[in-house]
Design a protein around this ligand. Structure first.
Ligand SMILES: *Cc1c(COP(=O)(O)O)cnc(C)c1O
Length: 429
């Protein structure tokens, strides 16, 4: 839901006088600017003056009493149009990305689809990173083409070649996933933002693998950030959710007609989200917000553990290749060192010499669990070509059957390494 402290939560009325619900803690105390970890704990909610609650209460009511018809208390009207719990989470996440307007969704995919609807129309052209999450690939290669969009995938991590392709493709929207799923490709967001804006397009960055702790795309020139909050932000494999954060002042492109009459992208998204009902359950938002408070702590440890695992795998004779931008030998290392200096996240991919070996590895670990997803406390192992990227399976730029993806969790890294060592050494020769 909309987080703003200055806009209405209403959906049944055009009046814009309502003030919404300003849940927000102080970001600056005197002249002191608080650090990420401090803000992750305090943004989005100040202790409730009435009850003294120190955490945002879980508001489950689907409707709110009105003083008189259309005269709302605190701006809340009906569950699809705004909820104090979801607003607190969306506000906190937006502020951690360096923005004021955040919106939370029932899934990452729902967030992605809504962004495309907000900023483009049937007939628009989208260029997206070649390496993207399987669901994102399906959205751009199956769903959107059937609805009248065109899309092309371009390896946006390839500097000059990528800039030339963008100039010739002339897209309306550029969609970067960095680091990408499942190859951990790193794209220089600042450089892609510059060419995107020069050709009059908008830039969306799927920053799910990085989280705002490691990378803040809006500060690098992106217009929109999307997250699957199912992953690191939730962090405990117990919710599905998504988020969209808009750069402050973002406008709907002049080439399209705003559905609800406003050029202000935040206002349009607020109306679009309530019109299509793509809203997160307050119960899930509450859990995601709890996850957000420990995000920095968890992601820092994910990075340490993943680097240790990647270094171990690089030296193992049964491993044909390792993809992790924290390794100095990785093609993404230089850009990652600048763009996400605190670390490269918890996902590591590796290639075996055959698909049979990759499949055998997936069923030979004991601490790493065979399951899709990533970003939670427990380590997972999965086979992308079968489990998460089947629409992209195959050779020629696709996802090969030799690839295995690890979501390195928060167990002791020596236990993870021992588990992988044992599993690799017991592969049939
Ligand atoms: C999981 C994921 C998504 C989709 O999110 P859901 O919450 O599963 O809908 C999008 N992008 C990336 C990079 C992901 O890992």
């Amino acid at each position: 839901m909309s987080t703003t402290t200055d806009s209405s939560n209403r959906c049944f009325s055009d009046e814009s006088a309502c003030t919404g619900h300003p849940h927000s803690a102080t970001q600056v105390w005197g002249t002191r600017e608080f650090a990420f970890e401090t803000r992750a704990i305090h943004e989005g909610f100040a202790p409730d003056p009435l009850t003294g609650d120190v955490v945002p209460p879980l508001h489950v009511s689907s409707t709110h009493v009105q003083n008189a018809p259309g005269d709302l208390k605190e701006g809340f009207e009906y569950g699809r149009c705004g909820n104090p719990t979801t607003n607190a989470f969306a506000s906190a996440l937006a502020r951690l990305e360096g923005a004021t307007h955040g919106f939370v969704f029932p899934s990452g995919m729902s967030a992605e689809d809504t962004v495309v609807r907000l900023l483009t129309r049937p007939g628009s052209h989208i260029v997206h990173s070649t390496d993207v999450y399987g669901g994102t690939h399906k959205l751009f290669s199956v769903v959107k083409p059937a609805e009248g969009w065109t899309s092309t995938s371009v390896d946006l991590s390839q500097g000059d070649a990528a800039r030339k392709r963008l100039e010739s493709e002339r897209p309306d929207l550029v969609w970067v996933e960095s680091p990408s799923n499942p190859f951990l490709t790193v794209t220089d967001i600042r450089s892609i933002a510059e060419v995107t804006h020069r050709i009059g397009a908008l830039l969306v960055v799927d920053s799910t693998f990085a989280t705002p702790y490691l990378q803040r795309p809006l500060e690098l020139g992106a217009d929109v950030v999307v997250h699957s909050t199912t992953k690191y932000i939730g962090g405990h494999s117990d919710i599905v959710g998504g988020a969209v954060i808009l750069r402050n002042g973002l406008e709907i492109p002049s080439s399209i007609t705003p559905l609800f009459g406003s050029r202000d992208a935040a206002e349009e998204l607020r109306c679009l989200q309530m019109a299509i009902g793509a809203v997160q359950s307050p119960r899930d938002a509450h859990l995601a917000h709890r996850g957000l408070k420990t995000l920095g702590l968890r992601v820092a440890r994910h990075c340490d553990n993943a680097l240790a695992v990647a270094q171990f795998l690089s030296a193992h004779p049964r491993v044909a290749a390792v993809h992790y931008p924290g390794l100095s030998t990785d093609p993404g290392y230089d850009v990652a060192s600048r763009q996400m200096p605190r670390g490269c996240g918890g996902v590591v991919s590796l290639q075996l010499r055959s698909e049979a070996e990759a499949l055998a590895l997936c069923t030979s670990t004991h601490v790493l669990t065979l399951a899709a997803s990533l970003g939670a406390v427990e380590s997972l192992i999965e086979h992308p070509a079968i489990m998460t990227h089947s629409t992209r399976a195959g050779g020629g730029g696709g996802v090969p059957g030799t690839l295995v993806r690890l979501a390195v969790g928060l167990e002791d890294p020596s236990d993870l390494i021992a588990d992988l060592d044992h599993a690799l050494n017991s592969l049939p020769a």
